[in-house]
Design a protein around this ligand. Structure first.
Ligand code: NAP
Length: 279
């Protein structure tokens, strides 16, 4: 039986077992996907010991993504560009790592807003770990004008340096000035999440073809997306990013490329509404 895991500290809240559990059942694969809580002290030896273990691989989540990046013997382009690993597997007896968040972000938009990448200008709100994945994804799709606005300007500056000045840092207070130019507006901050303050932007000056997406998915329709819809703009919620980022890992461990469809989306929506985190 093939076994995969998700490790984090804590890991109890992870929705990944629901996604992989659904696919294992759907494709009749004899396998398991288990939550493994590993403390920051334990995780390095756990990861380096994987090639000699019974695990096929797994997901690595907060706060272990940078440790995984450091200990993997091989990395995919996205992991190298982002500086963090969220998916590991064994290849030729060595630990291999990938970052699938950028793939998840892009695949979600491809799925729900066909043609979104005809634009070349993006306004990215936030400069944390998720923003790195989003920016890497946008650069791979040829976006040539990416502005990153962040509450703490120093973090947006650091991100601009990380991406060799291919993105322009912006003071948070000046977001409104960039709205008319942006073909894509992305929230990567935790604002708008259940229990957090709302993120509200005045879309009155936005282009009619601007696409607005939020990577926060609790609630599914964030205040940002609700505001964009009121102005007739195309919106894409963040749940699909979570679902699509899981695809490459499942394929590596279990040997079958799984599908993201409405059935899977319904499983997750039900869990989000009812608070269940187990398959
Ligand atoms: P992170 O590294 O902690 O970054 C958080 C970002 O939010 C920073 O830019 C921070 O600004 C900003 N922020 C927090 N509170 C703020 C406030 N009150 N006003 C303005 N900005 C504020 O977190 P992350 O890993 O990038 O994740 C960010 C969000 O994305 C989380 O909600 C996470 O659940 C979600 N996410 C979703 C997916 C998905 O699959 N859909 C994947 C990854 C992450 P400062 O730098 O000024 O603190």
């Amino acid at each position: 039986m093939t076994r995969a895991f998700v490790t984090g500290w804590p890991v109890e809240h992870s929705l990944s077992p629901l996604i992989h559990g659904h696919w294992l059942k759907r494709y009749g694969i004899e396998g398991s996907y288990e939550k493994l809580a590993k403390s920051p002290d334990e995780v390095e030896s756990f990861l380096t010991g994987l090639p000699e273990s019974q695990w096929a691989g797994g997901n690595v989540t907060i706060p272990h993504k940078e440790t995984a990046f450091r200990v993997c013997a091989t990395l995919d382009d996205a992991a190298r560009a982002i500086g963090a690993v969220n998916t590991v597997w064994i290849e030729d007896g060595r630990l291999a790592g990938a970052n699938t968040d950028a793939h998840g972000f892009l695949a979600n938009l491809d799925d729900r807003a066909e043609g979104w990448d005809q634009a070349s200008t993006a306004l990215v709100l936030g400069a944390g770990g998720a923003a790195r994945a989003v920016i890497h994804g946008l650069l791979t799709r040829g976006f040539s004008d990416i502005v990153v606005a962040n509450r703490t300007l120093g973090r947006a500056d650091a991100l601009a340096r990380h991406f060799r000045d291919k993105v322009r840092p912006l003071i948070w207070d000046r977001i409104a000035e960039e709205v008319p130019r942006a073909g894509l507006i992305v929230n990567t901050t935790s604002l708008g999440m259940k229990g957090q303050p709302a993120l509200e932007i005045d879309f009155a000056s936005a282009r009619p073809d601007t696409v607005v997406t939020d990577i926060v998915y609790t609630p599914l329709v964030t205040p940002l997306l609700a505001g964009a819809s009121e102005h007739g703009l195309k919106t894409v919620d963040g749940l699909g990013m979570l679902l699509h980022q899981a695809v490459p890992g499942f394929e590596k461990w279990f040997g079958r490329r799984p599908e993201v469809d409405n059935e899977l989306r319904a499983v997750l929506l039900d869990a989000l509404e009812n608070g269940s985190r187990n398959p």
